[in-house]
Design a protein around this ligand. Structure first.
Ligand code: ADP
Ligand code: MG
Ligand code: MG
Length: 214
C-alpha cells in the first residue's frame, strides 16, 4: 500500500545516507588515488540532505507519492553535490522516478532501473568499460531485468542477484584505464585503482537490498 511504500522510500534513503557516512573515508581514499579526494564527502553530504528532505516531505504532505519522494532524492543530490557524481546520481534518479508513478512493483522497478541507466549514459556519455559508475549500474540493471522478466524471480531475489553483478562490475573497474571524469586525466596511471563512483553505487544497491529484506 502507498503508505508502506512511502515509509520504505524514507527508510531506504536513510539507510543509504548512513552507509555513505560509514564509508566516507574509504570512498575518499579511492577518490584520492585517481581523483580529487572528495567522493566520500560528496555522497555523504548529498544523501544526508536527501534523507532529511524526504523525511520532511513525507511528514508534511500525505499526498506525496513514492515517486514524488524519489524525485525529491534526485533533486537534493543535484543541489547539494558540486562534483560530477551529484548530477549523475541525482539527474538519473529524478528522471527515472517517473517510472514509479504506478507505485513500486516488480514491473515499475525494472522500468526505473532501465531509465536510470539510460539517463546516466545520456548525461555522462560513459560506456561500459570507461571505469565509471556505469560499470556497476549496467550489470546490475541487466541482471535485475533478466531475473524478473526471464527467470521469474521475486524482486528481492532479483535485487540480490543485481547486487552480486554490481560487485563484479566494481571489481572489473580496477584494471581499466579511465575514459571519463577526473580519473581520465591520469591516463594509464588510473589503471590498478577501483572506481569510487562504481563503489558507492554498489553500497546504494546493498542498502536497497537490506531495506527491501526487512
Ligand atoms: P568529481 O569527480 O567531480 O570530484 P566525485 O568524486 O563525487 O566527483 O565522483 C567521481 C565519480 O563520478 C567517478 O568515480 C565516476 O564513477 C563518476 N563519473 C565521473 N564522470 C562520469 C561520467 N562522465 N559518467 C559516469 N560516471 C562518471
Ligand atoms: Mg572527486
Ligand atoms: Mg570534486
Amino acid at each position: 500500500d502507498p503508505d508502506t511504500q512511502r515509509e520504505a522510500v524514507v527508510a531506504a534513503v536513510e539507510a543509504v545516507a548512513e552507509r555513505m557516512a560509514e564509508e566516507r573515508r574509504y570512498l575518499t581514499d579511492l577518490d584520492s588515488a585517481i581523483g580529487d579526494a572528495d567522493h566520500g564527502g560528496n555522497v555523504t553530504r548529498g544523501f544526508e540532505a536527501a534523507a532529511e528532505q524526504v523525511a520532511e516531505a513525507a511528514e508534511a504532505d500525505d499526498d506525496a507519492t513514492p515517486a514524488d519522494l524519489v524525485k525529491r532524492v534526485g533533486r537534493a543530490l543535484i543541489s547539494e553535490v558540486g562534483g560530477a557524481s551529484g548530477p549523475l546520481y541525482g539527474g538519473s534518479i529524478m528522471s527515472a522516478s517517473a517510472e514509479l508513478d504506478g507505485g513500486i512493483t516488480a514491473e515499475t522497478t525494472v522500468a526505473f532501473a532501465e531509465a536510470y541507466l539510460d539517463k546516466l549514459q545520456e548525461r555522462g556519455k560513459a560506456e561500459l568499460g570507461s571505469k565509471t559508475m556505469v560499470d556497476a549500474v549496467t550489470p546490475a540493471v541487466h541482471t535485475y531485468k533478466k531475473s524478473i522478466e526471464q527467470d521469474d524471480l521475486p524482486p528481492l531475489s532479483a535485487l540480490a542477484k543485481a547486487v552480486d553483478a554490481a560487485e563484479r562490475g566494481v571489481r572489473f573497474t580496477t584494471p581499466l584505464r579511465a575514459k571519463k571524469g577526473r580519473a581520465s586525466y591520469l591516463g594509464w596511471r588510473s589503471v590498478g585503482h577501483q572506481d569510487p563512483g562504481a563503489t558507492s553505487t554498489l553500497f546504494v544497491l546493498e542498502e536497497l537490498l537490506s531495506v527491501a529484506d526487512d
